[in-house]
Design a protein around this ligand. Structure first.
Ligand SMILES: NC(=O)c1ccc[n+]([C@@H]2O[C@H](COP(=O)([O-])OP(=O)(O)OC[C@H]3O[C@@H](n4cnc5c(N)ncnc54)[C@H](OP(=O)(O)O)[C@@H]3O)[C@@H](O)[C@H]2O)c1
Length: 259
């Protein structure tokens, strides 16, 4: 079989959370470019509409759905709208995420801890759970791709909530992968290193960013396209025998974190 066929997403119906900016748009574009119909989910509806129009211009089928990933009613409505517009869901990319306020652990309020954990971890579990229930009911051999982080494997100062949530994403990926394996629903994750997006723009373009870049063995931040290979592998039949795993895509940074 040719690589293009192996990695093809023709006939797949994907839902991407956090598709109003950054990596979510990169993921949605990559899925659409390789044949999937895509449901774009986030809170900023105008951005989603603009992005949907952009995808449609290049021939893709897309739907924009305003939803807050922390709200259960929004979640159920988002899956319903996606399936009504595009057909039964085959693929979920749990990408929506927030950074935490750069506070030392002793200064993190309960409210801030819950804000970060509810988007970066709780929503990943609940949206995976809802997707899996639907895939199992429809008898779909589905794929769930969770977006973790290298900070799920190591920590900096000032990221206790975020790093804890992302370590949780790695573990929830293992747990769901294990439970759903025999049912044909695969659950994997991607752990990106540093990519300049709205979540970290000020940080990476400031002094800290210069030092950080130096600590990356490949000497640069990630750029558009760097995550596409991992995403297509996990979302397509090319990854048919993979579940519960996390692929690190970080220019070698994880070795530096642990070294
Ligand atoms: N950039 C990096 O270096 C990096 C590295 C490792 C991991 N990641 C992970 O990659 C993912 C995407 O981040 P990014 O860098 O692309 O940041 P970003 O540009 O800030 O995008 C975050 C996305 O999440 C959405 N979002 C946040 N809270 C939400 C909520 N309650 N409900 C629905 N959507 C919500 C935002 O949409 P709305 O505001 O419109 O709702 C936005 O589309 C995150 O999980 C992040 O932790 C990023």
């Amino acid at each position: 079989m040719k690589a293009a066929d192996l990695f093809s997403l023709k006939g797949k119906v994907a839902l991407v959370t956090g598709a109003s900016s950054g990596l979510g748009q990169q993921f949605a574009r990559a899925l659409a470019d390789n044949g999937a119909a895509v449901a774009l989910v986030a809170r900023r509806a105008e951005r989603l509409e603009t992005f949907k129009a952009e995808l449609e211009k290049s021939g893709a089928k897309a739907v924009a759905i305003e939803a807050d990933v922390t709200k259960r009613a929004d979640m159920v409505a988002a899956f319903d709208k996606a399936e009504k517009a595009l057909g039964p869901l085959t693929t979920l990319v749990n990408n929506a995420g927030v950074a935490q306020a750069a506070l030392r652990a002793t200064d993190v309020s309960e409210e801030e801890w819950r804000r970060v954990l509810s988007v970066d971890l709780d929503a990943v579990f609940y949206w995976s759970q809802e997707a899996a229930r639907r895939m199992l009911a429809a008898g779909t051999k589905g794929a769930i791709v969770n977006i973790a982080s290298v900070l799920g494997f190591g920590a900096h100062k000032g990221v206790a909530a975020y790093a804890t949530a992302k370590a949780g994403v790695v573990q929830v990926t293992r747990a769901l992968g294990l439970e759903l394996a025999f049912k044909g629903v695969r659950v994997n994750a991607i752990a990106p290193g540093w990519f300049v997006t709205e979540i970290n723009d000020a940080y990476l373009n400031g002094e800290a960013g210069v030092a950080l870049k130096r600590s990356i063995p490949m000497g640069r931040f990630g750029q558009e396209g760097d995550l596409t290979g991992a995403l297509l592998l996990l979302a397509s039949d090319a990854g048919a025998y993979m579940t519960g795993t996390t692929i690190v895509v970080d220019g070698g940074q994880i070795s530096a974190l642990n070294g």
